[in-house]
Design a protein around this ligand. Sequence first.
Ligand SMILES: NC(=O)c1ccc[n+]([C@@H]2O[C@H](COP(=O)([O-])OP(=O)(O)OC[C@H]3O[C@@H](n4cnc5c(N)ncnc54)[C@H](O)[C@@H]3O)[C@@H](O)[C@H]2O)c1
Length: 384
Amino acid sequence: MKIAILGAGAMGSGIAQVASTAGHKVVLCDIHDAALERSSKKLDKIMNRLVEKGRVTREKADNIIAGIQYTTKMEDFADCGLLIEAVVENLDIKKKIFKQLEVIMAPDAILATNTSSLSVASIAAACENAGRVIGIHFFNPAPLMKLVEIIPAIQTDTKVVEQARSLIDAWGKITVLAKDTPGFIVNRVARPFYGEALRIYEEGLSDPATIDWVMKELGGFRMGPFELMDYIGNDINYTVTETVFRSFWYDPRYKPSFTQKRLSEAGYLGRKSGKGYYDYSENAVKPEPNKDKILGEKILWRILVMLINEAADALYLNIASREDIDLAMTKGVNYPKGLLKWADEKGIQTCVDAMDALHHEYLEDRYRCSPLLRKMAREGECFF
Ligand SMILES: NC(=O)c1ccc[n+]([C@@H]2O[C@H](COP(=O)([O-])OP(=O)(O)OC[C@H]3O[C@@H](n4cnc5c(N)ncnc54)[C@H](O)[C@@H]3O)[C@@H](O)[C@H]2O)c1
């Protein structure tokens, strides 16, 4: 099957590489010639590096490169069986594009969007045949990140869900099925990793270097929340948080933080601007964490139980299966353990007690315990 990819930015280029590596012919389209040129040059560079490292043969690399056709005309998608759209995150633009694509593409072609934050239902609604529209959400960088969230809209045909999922599975990805709700699985469940860390910092309980040390050394996470926010970009991470917050009708659980907003406003975006929570200039001195283990365990547990609560609530609201929620967090954001498995190990009652203690202390809805955790504790159940 020939694959159509619209938008040759960070995501579209990465997805094109994945599809071509899986042996498909790919048509990559962008309105800007310069974007296509950048994308093609970047792919050459990546392939040269992979050949140097001995990860692929020169022949395979050349095939991957030759497998992608670059174009500025969407009409070149006519004989493709699957489209993955990865243009700017703007609903009006996406709707307009899907309307045009529906006419260009074959009637049985699947139309997928890589949107991170828009509802798939609203994009699908732009099409006469909304049943063939679905969300296929890759993570950045697409060639390296194993996880892909498959998001059927309420209009999507069951057959389309099955076809899309088995195709992406065949590309060597790990797919999880998520409900069409803000943040899907990963961007929803991961909110407290940033939000609670920021809250702990804002309360003056600890500083970024210490919280990062805690999450890595005591928690086993690959990166600390502040390092990770600096890596993602504080502007981007802030926008995701704000979008999720707004999309949930201002549920206080997802409330953004002024610390991050100010950093973003000041242009302290993280690694890409040379300064964020940390200073990335050449002679900068890295701040030392406070390695107090007792304080550390307290911080870790507060962030972890908030994450567990979020994961439990996602299950409670049928956003995904328990297996998929744990897979999403371990494969999508490299958590050391699935959050629901972690909850079982800690004990469900222990989680409920910790949430209730936070709620009692702050009297904020942000700290409300998931009804599922409470019910499970009452009935002596565990997730697995
Ligand atoms: N960057 C991420 O971490 C990430 C992760 C997952 C999903 N996404 C989603 O993927 C999509 C693309 O994100 P990105 O980071 O690759 O953006 P990007 O800005 O890097 O690339 C977007 C590309 O789309 C092109 N474009 C814009 N309008 C177009 C049109 N009408 N027709 C054809 N091409 C057009 C632009 O020229 C640009 O090259 C967004 O919906 C985003 O939410 C992003």
